[in-house]
Design a protein around this ligand. Structure first.
Ligand code: SF4
Ligand code: SF4
Length: 499
């Protein structure tokens, strides 16, 4: 099945054993390099520029002066080792360059050479190195073996966030013409068409019409899935995977049923038909801003009062943490609601107010566990209390399912393990890293399957759902064991009960 070794799941373990250390065993794993046609629309050189070493150092200098955190992270590591076994890619690959500190050092040793006194004059003493083609190659490998999940930063006594170092490295590589095809091609599609999939407006309208027909056939109720409807109260911005792929589309069906039952008018937008914002993965503020501005434009054009985000982990991070800065102010929206809102906040609020009738027994064929997505868990919140991002999704699941069990404590909440496909790695050219990086989550899943008979794992992130459906067969599970959280809501909601 695979042309690489798939790690073995062990009996009776919560997380994988700490593996022996190897150096360079996954250096060969690199994503396809973006061609000029994908680089230039984003404002990057089409191919590696002649004087790339100087351009890269200049870019690093620019980032050091722009982002204080970048310099602090490079200066403050004391090599305590607390992060070494915290990265899922290290646990899955055994490569020392996938230890967070090892990954940081790939960039830190160049930083020292060009930006510190000791590195300029006594490079060997402080492990400083010149930026060479070999170093650039290592950067291209290992900064695309980091899903920017931020787990390492939770355990670092100094809070050093390797995700930010990876973003900076990718920004530097883009600036010299060595960008990653998968991310940059996708950002280009959003600029041109409005979503990651390149799904044009007529195809989107057809898809939504088909969903309406299917839901009516299934339930006998005409639930609407509207597009570009001016004057709707809510603009729903959701990952484009929700428009067709399993299990994502079952989540979209659930959002529609929630709005229908609550009597909230809503619409999707063909201009902002994508919640994902891959500008964050490549560390590009300008591209992230351009993607985010489409949401503002759509909200103004449609005259909505609220913006709600569907199930997408990094989209929620960009929305929750940066949307107001990137595309605000949103003073034209209804001030009674947060800007933006997560669909889980909307659903949980309606459940608490008794606005939805739920039949939990509709999910009795499942024993469910829940995967906290990294960008929701460690980079955002939900609701008005700390920890809402952990409690609200679980509260919803418990309100719609009779059988729920959490995975081992060190693998959930802020300690959650990445699915292995986040941060712009969800591409087939990185399948080895994706499968190996999923090891810790698979080990934890195995434990609740054995102890509690768990049959399904729910998630609220399009990348997690896509990654898991693809990689869990490598570990002996079935693709359909992954479900959208709003798929569970969709199953349990009793349509028409409140009318
Ligand atoms: S951010 Fe996540 S993927 Fe990157 S080094 Fe840290 S733990 Fe590993
Ligand atoms: S935990 Fe922090 S200070 Fe310690 S080695 Fe890792 S990055 Fe450096």
């Amino acid at each position: 099945m695979a042309d690489f070794d798939v790690p073995e799941l062990k009996e009776g373990l919560d997380t994988p054993e700490i593996p022996p250390v190897h150096i360079g065993v996954t250096k060969h794993s690199q994503p396809f390099v973006a061609k000029a046609e994908f680089q230039q629309p984003l404002g990057f050189p089409g191919e590696l520029v002649d004087n790339w070493e100087q351009v890269a150092i200049d870019k690093m200098g620019e980032l050091l002066s722009k982002y204080r955190s970048f310099r602090v992270y490079l200066d403050s590591c004391v090599k305590c080792g607390a992060c070494t076994d915290k990265c899922h890619y290290y646990l899955g690959t055994t490569d020392a360059n996938n230890m967070p500190v090892g990954r940081q050092d790939l960039l830190r040793k160049v930083y020292r050479r060009y930006f510190t006194f000791a590195g300029k004059y006594f490079p060997k003493l402080v492990g400083a190195v010149d930026l060479t083609q070999e170093v650039l190659d290592e950067w291209y490998s290992y900064f695309h073996q980091c899903s920017q999940c931020r787990r390492c930063s939770v355990y670092c006594p100094y809070g050093i966030d390797t995700a930010e170092i990876s973003m900076a490295a990718r920004e530097i590589m883009d600036s010299v013409g060595k960008g990653q095809k998968y991310c940059n091609e996708i950002i280009g599609k959003v600029f041109k068409i409005g979503n990651n999939l390149g799904l044009p407006e007529p195809a989107l309208a057809d898809t939504l019409e088909g969903i309406e027909e299917d839901v009516e056939d299934d339930t006998g109720v005409k639930v609407r899935y509207p597009l570009d409807e001016k004057g709707a109260e809510v603009l729903l911005v959701t990952p484009s995977a929700d428009f067709f792929a399993e299990p994502h589309v079952d989540g979209l069906i659930g959002y529609g049923k929630v709005f229908h039952e609550a009597g909230i008018s809503w619409t999707l937008s063909s201009h902002a038909s994508e919640a994902a914002n891959f500008g964050m993965f490549i560390g590009s503020y300008e591209n992230m801003r351009k993607v985010a501005l489409r949401i503002r434009e759509a909200a103004l054009d449609l005259g909505v009062k609220r913006i709600v985000f569907g199930e997408c982990g990094h989209a929620w991070r960009v929305a929750y943490s940066f949307l107001n800065t990137l595309a605000g102010p949103f003073d034209f929206l209804d001030p009674r609601y947060p800007v933006p809102q997560h669909i889980c906040e909307v659903t949980w609020d309606l459940i608490q107010r008794g606005a939805l009738t739920l039949d939990k027994s509709a999910n009795d064929d499942m024993v469910v566990t829940y995967h906290d997505s990294c960008n929701v868990a460690r980079a955002s919140r939900m609701g008005d209390k700390p920890g809402g991002q952990f409690e609200i999704p679980r509260n919803i699941i418990k309100a719609v399912c009779n059988h729920f069990y959490d995975m081992p404590p060190e693998t959930i909440y802020e300690g959650t393990f990445c699915c292995g496909g986040g941060g712009g790695l969800l591409t087939d050219d990185l399948m080895e890293i994706r499968v190996k990086g999923a090891l810790p989550r698979m080990q934890a899943l195995k434990q609740v399957v054995e102890e509690h008979g768990v049959t399904h794992m729910a998630a609220i992130c399009a990348i997690c759902k896509s990654q898991f459906t693809k990689v869990i067969p490598y570990y002996g599970f079935r693709m359909d064991q992954i479900v959208s959280l709003h798929q569970l809501v969709s199953n349990a909601i009793v349509l028409g009960a409140k009318q």
